[in-house]
Ligand binder design. Sequence first.
Ligand SMILES: *Cc1c(COP(=O)(O)O)cnc(C)c1O
Length: 359
Amino acid sequence: MMTSVIGAMERIPRVPLATLPTPLHEARRLRDALGGPDRCPRILLKRDDLTGLALGGNKARKLEFLVTDALRGGATVLVTTGGVQSNHARMTAAAGRMVGLPTSLVLSAAPGEREVQGNLLLDRLLGAEITFVEPPRDPMKLTGPDEAAALAELEARLRARGERPYLVPLGGSTPLGVLGYVAGALELEGQLEAAGARPERLYVACGSRGTAAGLVLGARLAGAPYAVRGVAVSGGDPASTAFAVEIANGTAELLGSHARLTPDDFETDQSQIGPGYGRSTPASLEAIELLALTEGVLLDPVYTAKAMAGLVADIRAGAIDPATTVVFVHTGGQAALFAHAAELAVATGRVGGRDGSAR
Ligand SMILES: *Cc1c(COP(=O)(O)O)cnc(C)c1O
């Protein structure tokens, strides 16, 4: 099955945007800090924060397929949407520049949240045109009420200017984008085999769900030994899981595979969302500090901090056999750290107070 999947994947065109393969790193000091081999499984970090593309992250894998589709359709401008600190928006703008296309963004943010910092600063540097809309009224949601209308208006405005806009949907989570993470799962499988590792679980942050959809489908197609455990960073289940199933099955079709997934294939931990999308929790702040101090690895405040908090909680609860191996997919997002500087300073007492002093 694996060779036929690789063959089908190779027949689908993609422009190289990401630096691949990303490293697989064993987090020994993190394991020690969580109780050592008697209490904590072996933890492998899949470093998809190192994909490159203007500071890296998971969206690079999806954009390789999406941007190719845009180019083949003769697009003259990329259009996408997200929150004000959207990593996806920043990486879409960078991907556009790599192939010579400008990007127009619809970003949701309250007027007080539009500080030119983190991803928004990079969007500006990359020359993206930005339209702001109000944020979702429900903090559990990824998208605001005005976003669809703003996108439609933007597309009409661009067409009136003679442009051919290509819409990259939220998070790049379409069957085509999901291919990026089927490829990611196959890449990981090769690395695990070379390392002689047979992990029981894989942890990954879940937002728009394309990453989990690709990893679950890719694991199925590769006959991988692990179960994918998604950690939700926003609300919306069970609809979000139904969406993941739908796009994953669309991807299977693109690959000419008869594999079909069901909601039972998607296990999503809902316990780390806290007060909402983009809002920190004590556990997410602790996770950021833990990875920085044990491994010198920077998590992001919105996604990977909550996913790591989910893994740490499972380890502390004794829910994972310490004789086993787990994979944690680091999906990137560190640019947003700078937009959360005040919160991080208070939480750690170390990241420089207003006067830059350390604990
Ligand atoms: C977008 C994003 C995710 C979530 O990926 P989805 O495919 O949207 O579920 C996780 N981590 C980071 C850093 C992201 O930017």
